[in-house]
Design a protein. Structure first.
Length: 399
């Protein structure tokens, strides 16, 4: 009896050509089972590998599961791709936000170009604004009566005689340490909650001129806000009761006069006259230990152009509570005229829906307190963003 002739074994692996199909390797158990089993299994493996297009041939159940599994992986891959695109888009938007309104604190001093801020000032306020003095001077009210078109806070009309007495006991000069600088690097430190845990204190202290606002404290917050104060803008109700604790001995205290009573208050303090107690929305200090030679009276011109050029506010307003710029926006306006490089920190208010978020880094006070202040915080936010966009100022904190 002649032995049965075994069919040749199926080659392993099975190469499927250049159609982009997968390579199928013959299982080890199939090779060991003998030629007959190989002869029966090989065509099935070949059909599966090639994805048989014969519609009449029956589909094996495990092949169906394989197809379903592959479809599921395709869906998951598409979903992963979609999520990756969304994350990329979100990051790119955030990068643009950071590029426009925030820049990291440099390890070294940023290069300062003389006249850099002056170019920006001409775009915002016009060239004529660079010719105005920063502080009011006695000579402009003693020998002649300097005419003013507007009353306080945009001019001195009607307050000239009172102002004359104040200017006789204060000063107007800019310290030589600032005047002698070839290029002035300045930072305006706002009072915003965003300064908390910012660790910006060391960076802030490195600027040539550090401008602070109102009664914002330094003691106890040095790590976040620094300890150096070149100028502090204030009005009577916002004056700190003990300025020697929060300011340096050479700090200039710059009075921003909103009303005639503000001149009455500073005169009574510096001349030790009977204190003025009425006419303020909040009682200002009655005892204020300061050196009169460190006091400056801000030129109301800067209040006028901040209102007109940045906020588009009418100078003549019929309402009892008139809209006016904040001390912060006023300080930025002043810095743009005084300095060559202007950075800001701690500006911006919480979103409207964050009603319980504090607006200051040093005390709990909410946005509700601004309701009757006469300040349009939304309009000011747009003005600051515009200055950031054109590069007039840069931000040390997010905005």
């Amino acid at each position: 009896m002649l032995p049965l002739k075994q069919p040749p074994p199926l080659p392993s692996p099975v190469h499927l050509g250049s159609e982009g199909l997968d390579v199928v390797t013959q299982p080890e158990s199939t090779r060991a089972a003998g030629g007959l089993l190989d002869h029966l299994v090989a065509p099935a493996l070949t059909r599966v590998a090639r994805g048989s297009r014969d519609d009449n041939s029956p589909q094996e159940p495990w092949h169906l599961r394989n197809m379903i599994s592959k479809s599921r992986w395709k869906l998951l891959a598409m979903l992963a791709l979609f999520l990756a695109v969304m994350v990329w888009y979100s990051i790119s938007r955030e990068d643009r936000y950071i590029e426009l309104f925030y820049f990291p604190v440099p390890g070294k001093k940023e290069p300062c170009l003389q006249g850099e801020a002056e170019k920006m000032v001409s775009k915002l306020f016009g060239n004529y604004s660079r010719e105005q003095p920063f502080f009011l001077q006695l000579k402009d009210y003693f020998w002649v009566k300097t005419p003013s078109l507007y009353e306080l806070p945009y001019g001195t009309k009607g307050s000239e005689d009172l102002l004359l007495r104040v200017l006789a006991i204060t000063s107007y000069s800019i310290p030589e340490s600032i005047q002698s600088l070839k290029c002035r690097r300045c930072v305006v430190v706002g009072n915003g909650h965003r300064l908390r845990n910012s660790s910006l204190g060391e960076a802030i202290n490195k600027y040539d001129v550090v401008i602070r606002l109102n009664s914002a404290p330094v003691a106890g917050y040095e790590q976040d806000v620094g300890s150096k104060t070149t100028m502090r803008l204030f009005y009577p109700e916002s004056a700190h009761f003990n300025p020697k604790v929060e300011d340096n001995p050479d700090t200039l205290l710059v009075l921003v006069a909103f009303k005639a009573m503000d001149f009455h208050w500073i005169e009574s303090i510096l001349s030790d006259k009977k204190r003025v107690r009425k006419g303020f929305w909040k009682q200002p200090p009655l005892i204020w230990d300061v050196n009169p030679k460190q006091i400056r009276i801000l030129n109301p011109f800067y209040m006028e152009i901040a209102a007109d050029k940045l906020l588009s506010l009418p100078i003549h307003q019929p309402h009892k509570i008139k809209q006016k710029p904040t001390t912060g926006l006023l300080a930025i306006t002043l810095a743009l005229h005084l300095c060559d490089l202007v950075h800001i920190a701690g500006f911006g208010y919480p979103d409207a829906h964050q009603k319980k978020q504090s607006i200051h880094y040093y005390e709990y006070i909410t946005l509700k307190s601004m309701m009757w202040s006469g300040h349009n915080v939304s309009q000011e936010a747009l003005a600051i963003k515009r200055m950031l966009e054109i590069g007039a100022v840069k931000n040390l904190t997010y905005f």
